[in-house]
Design a protein around this ligand. Structure first.
Ligand code: ADP
Length: 259
């Protein structure tokens, strides 16, 4: 009589641990796949500039150095591709840092309205080059938040950078910083090329791009939105995208403010 509950207990215990084990294996496999994909994508991205740098350097050493025009042209390409390499490596390291989130964030009390206006100034030259009008709006003069300044700037920078890259000549961009219930809303809107509906749920994935060539040509790495997504997650906020192809895109980020 005593053995039955004991067996039941034991079998219950075994069933339970088997389940946990299965779950772990599935999870580990998924993580492994994600990791392998990441390494494959990263290697592919890095290979393109490395191949160019190697090829042009070798051509120079093989004799092109005697031609000053060719030398200038090739060295310029080598410099451009080295910069690209630096940007990719920077973004990969940045993404891995924010995904790990092991370093504590330094926070300070800062004004999100002033921060937004200052970030917009950084894009003065880039927007002028494409004749893009940059607008700022807010429903409040000052919006104080205890957060990490660099990270908040990074979110806005990545979104505005995209808004410019995916807008055509003569476009218009709006950065809005608003006080809303229990937090702040940062909005970046453009009247650019838009994102097809089918891609909208995937743009936050690492290295995902709707148009690889356009992204690369404008200096994109396909990691900007993944970085933004992770930063917003760490801030316990959320991000939403709405977009209509050929009409424009709006990213809305809510960040909670605890008083
Ligand atoms: P990238 O470096 O390629 O811009 P992101 O991670 O920042 O990488 O964005 C992923 C992709 O989402 C981009 O390649 C682009 O296709 C799309 N995208 C992002 N922002 C916009 C935007 N404002 N308008 C249109 N497409 C966008």
């Amino acid at each position: 009589v005593n053995i039955i509950p004991y067996q039941r207990e034991r079998s219950g215990h075994i069933a339970h641990s088997s389940l946990v084990l299965l779950y772990d294996v599935t999870r580990n496999r998924k993580l492994e796949t994600i990791r392998t994909e990441f390494v494959a994508n990263a290697s592919h991205e890095l290979r393109t500039p490395v191949t160019a740098i190697k090829g042009f350097a070798e051509t120079l050493l093989d004799g092109a150095l005697s031609d000053p025009d060719m030398t200038k042209q090739f060295v310029e390409i080598i410099a451009k591709e080295s910069n690209r390499l630096e940007v990719i490596i920077h973004d990969i390291l940045e993404l891995s840092r924010v995904e790990k989130n092991s370093e504590p964030w330094e926070t300070q009390l800062l004004d999100l309205v002033a921060t937004g206006k200052a970030v917009l100034q950084l894009f003065k030259q880039a927007s002028q080059q494409k004749n893009i009008r940059m607008n700022f709006s807010s429903n409040i003069d000052q919006l104080m938040i205890d957060s990490n300044k660099h990270r908040l700037e990074q979110i806005m920078i990545n979104l505005i950078d995209n808004a410019i890259n995916y807008s055509d000549f003569g476009g218009e961009i709006l950065l809005a910083v608003e006080k809303v219930k229990q937090g702040a809303l940062i909005q970046v809107s453009d009247k650019g090329i838009g994102i097809p509906e089918a891609d909208q749920s995937r743009i936050f994935e690492r290295f995902y791009r709707v148009d690889k060539d356009r992204s690369r040509n404008s200096g994109g790495t396909g990691l900007g939105l993944s970085i933004v997504n992770n930063l917003v997650r760490i801030m316990e906020g959320n991000i939403q995208v709405t977009s209509v192809e050929g009409q424009g895109t709006t990213f809305k980020i809510f960040i909670p403010i605890n008083n």
